[in-house]
Design a protein around this ligand. Structure first.
Ligand code: NIG
Ligand code: FE
Length: 406
């Protein structure tokens, strides 16, 4: 057994069975001051006030939290960290005035990453990806969803997903894999989008399923990329293989992506920089988690999602990093939480729930991570003594994480 003693504040306690937080519950973060927590077989065994802390038996490991906070690690339900190289040249294009959509329309963007990935060996791609995972763990993230989508041919999509499977097998983080063949139309299919969608449905999805390489299926359903009709076809094809949808929607326009995702009971609809009340209505009472990616709003200078309006309408929201080379080259969830507070005006409690339990829900793992709950994985952060939960998004760049237990 591991015993963590001398915890100044144990934060993010959630009763068993609560899968997500919605509306007013998003403002609630339960905690115990002066607490202990025990871990058995990698799972949270018990916790409570310090007075009830068990005496260690021979063989037990005692960790002194030194009066710091103990929190569940962040969950990052939307990333594209399996990529080769970088796109720093496009960063300069953006500074000089080109938009994300203009770069993509010129054949750059995602297609540039696909060209580079094609030339990169599986071994090299693995080492680049695992080093990003390690960097994210050090910054406090314990569960990561990783998408394919820089292959855009059957062979290269499989290459990416095999690398993600190897990351799953070798990293202590909880990893989920998403097939995103419909991230852009592959170069060989320029001008033949329908045929590319045929390839995704008829060849890629069966091949991915045959090797059991993906947990979820995603589509970039947006203006200039895939239509709601394309999306429905792909989600339908995925459903025959048990692939639940998580989709990209409403980054560039209100394109009907949220509605098609909800119709297929998507686990999450992600981006939502553009939203009318129709999207909020479509999500009401549904299983689908609205997920916002403030890191890409920041990096691309786009609007931030209307998180406050969603919560005021009784919905839950999740926040994720979108870590990728084109629109969010950072997987730092402390920064995501800070943007949630500073730019989206979430309270620290709302942002914390969005980055932990709700983001776990959005990647289908809220039964095992995302909160301090007996029986969940002990993926924990120990901080130095901090004055409040709000200190985390307030001082997001200071080195307050003392220890990561994963
Ligand atoms: O979520 N919007 C689509 N996909 C990514 C960007 C991928 C890229 O530009 O490489 C996103 O922002
Ligand atoms: Fe994305």
């Amino acid at each position: 057994m591991k015993i963590i003693k001398n915890i100044g504040s144990l934060i993010g306690i959630v009763p068993k069975g609560v899968a997500r937080k919605e509306g007013p519950a998003m403002s609630e973060v339960e905690s115990i001051d002066n607490a202990f927590l025990t871990i058995e077989d990698g799972l949270i065994a018990d916790f409570g006030p310090s007075g009830l802390c068990p005496h260690p038996s021979p063989g037990d490991e005692v960790i002194d939290a030194g009066g710091g906070m103990v929190l569940p690690m962040f969950c990052d339900s939307h990333t594209h960290i399996c990529y080769a190289g970088s796109r720093d040249q496009e960063f300069i294009d953006k500074i000089n005035g080109l938009s994300y959509a203009e770069i993509a329309a010129r054949g750059g963007g995602i297609l540039n990453s696909a060209d580079l990935l094609h030339k990169t060996s599986e071994e090299d791609l693995y080492s680049q990806t695992i080093s990003r995972v390690e960097e994210m763990i050090a910054k406090g993230t314990g569960a990561i969803e990783i998408k394919s989508g820089y292959g855009l041919t059957t062979e290269d999509e499989l290459k990416m997903l095999r690398v993600i499977r190897r990351v799953k097998d070798t990293s202590p983080a909880l990893i989920k894999a998403t097939f995103l063949g419909a991230h852009a139309v592959g170069r060989a299919f320029t001008g033949r989008q329908k045929e590319y969608v045929d390839l995704v449905c008829g060849e890629m999805i069966p091949a991915v399923a045959a090797e059991g390489l993906a947990d979820y299926v995603d589509v970039f359903c947006d203006e200039g990329f895939f239509t709601p009709e394309d999306t429905a076809r792909i989600l339908e094809a995925g459903s025959h293989y048990g692939l639940f949808p998580k989709i990209h929607a409403n980054e560039l326009a209100c394109s009907g992506g949220v509605q098609v995702g909800v119709a297929f009971d998507a686990l999450s609809v992600d981006h939502l920089e553009r939203t009318t009340d129709a999207e909020i209505e479509a999500l009401r009472g549904r299983k689908t988690m609205a997920t916002m990616l403030p890191g890409s709003s920041f990096f691309l200078g786009m609007p931030y999602g209307r998180a406050k309006d969603y919560i005021a309408s009784g919905l839950g929201i999740a926040l994720a990093s979108d870590y990728n080379p084109g629109s969010s080259p950072s997987g730092d969830m402390r920064f995501v939480m800070a943007l949630g507070c500073i730019q989206m005006r979430l309270t620290p409690e709302q942002a914390f729930n969005a980055c932990t339990l709700n983001s776990a829900y959005a990647m289908g793992v809220s039964e095992s991570v995302g909160s301090i709950t007996k029986g969940k994985r002990a993926n924990l952060l120990i901080t130095r003594p901090l004055p409040s939960l709000g200190y985390i998004p307030y001082c997001y760049q200071s080195a307050f994480i003392e220890k990561v237990i994963i």
